[in-house]
Ligand binder design. Structure first.
Ligand code: SAM
Length: 246
């Protein structure tokens, strides 16, 4: 007995749009999206696409008009409800461009709700292109089937971050100098994981983080991980322990 093909087919192109989605709603795509569907994916009138707007779940849409430069879709029906996003934020010291792009992409795939760039004393990268990072967030969400977009904040200095943070949100501090083994360190509830720069946190920074309210130092094992590896290892451990991998 042939298996019932998945509906909607996983192979359908999937796009994030800034239009409020609903049955029968026309959605005019921007030139990049029109070019992608029209010239790269070679979609024609009547072909199907999956859409999400970040808050109303995923919808099936059909190509209504396929102009040379512009394409208009017509929304047909809902295909998946809005995802419930695990309450996990990731605070990270900015690292080099290619690696921060990779970090953002993977953090979105793993289900992180919010990204917070935190500038520390040993942070070598002083500028972050947030627009480029938002584009990476959209692309990663389109590819991994998310219906919500992770938020990304303006970079802040570590001391402002520690002053402004809500102590009700548990701060898990990835500390290569030692901490509770990550495997058993996490408890359910609003959480934020903090990872340092390539050069690590200074001793004074480490002390101020450890003294922060509701902060827990966690160890990710005996090896010194690259910052982006440490960030994803900690996020994966959290998702497995108290996130939505259960
Ligand atoms: N300062 C370190 C050194 O050069 O010896 C390296 C810092 S490491 C490349 C970057 C960040 O990843 C650290 O600040 C920490 O947050 C995290 N990290 C790396 N390995 C870790 C481990 N085994 N346990 C916990 N956190 C780790």
């Amino acid at each position: 007995m042939p298996a019932t093909p998945a509906w909607p087919p996983k192979s359908l192109p999937r796009l994030f749009v800034r239009a409020a989605l609903g049955a029968g709603v026309p959605v005019e795509l921007d030139s990049a999206q029109s070019n992608y569907l029209g010239n790269v994916m070679r979609l024609k009138q009547g072909d199907r696409v999956l859409l999400f707007d970040g808050s109303a779940g995923e919808w099936l849409a059909e190509v209504a008009e396929a102009g040379r430069k512009r394409m208009t879709l017509s929304v047909v029906e809902p295909t998946r409800p809005q995802e419930s996003v695990p309450d996990l934020w990731l605070a990270f010291a900015p690292i080099k461009k290619s690696r921060v792009d990779w970090l953002v992409e993977k953090a979105v795939e793993l289900g992180v709700a919010r990204l917070l760039p935190v500038v520390t004393q040993r942070t070598v990268v002083d500028r972050l292109n947030l627009d480029r990072m938002r584009a990476h967030i959209v692309e990663a969400a389109e590819q991994c089937g998310r219906t919500a977009l992770a938020a990304i904040d303006e970079p802040v200095k570590l001391d402002s971050f520690l002053r402004a943070r809500d102590p009700a949100r548990t701060l898990y501090f990835a500390d290569e100098t030692g901490g509770a083994p990550a495997a058993g360190a996490f408890s359910r509830g609003a959480s934020i994981i903090l990872v340092g720069p390539e050069g690590g946190f200074t001793r004074q920074e480490g002390d101020s983080i450890r003294q922060a309210a509701n902060a827990r130092a966690i160890s990710l094992g005996p090896r010194i991980l690259r910052a982006e590896t440490a960030a994803l290892a900690a996020v994966a451990a959290w998702m497995a322990a108290v996130g939505d991998w259960q």
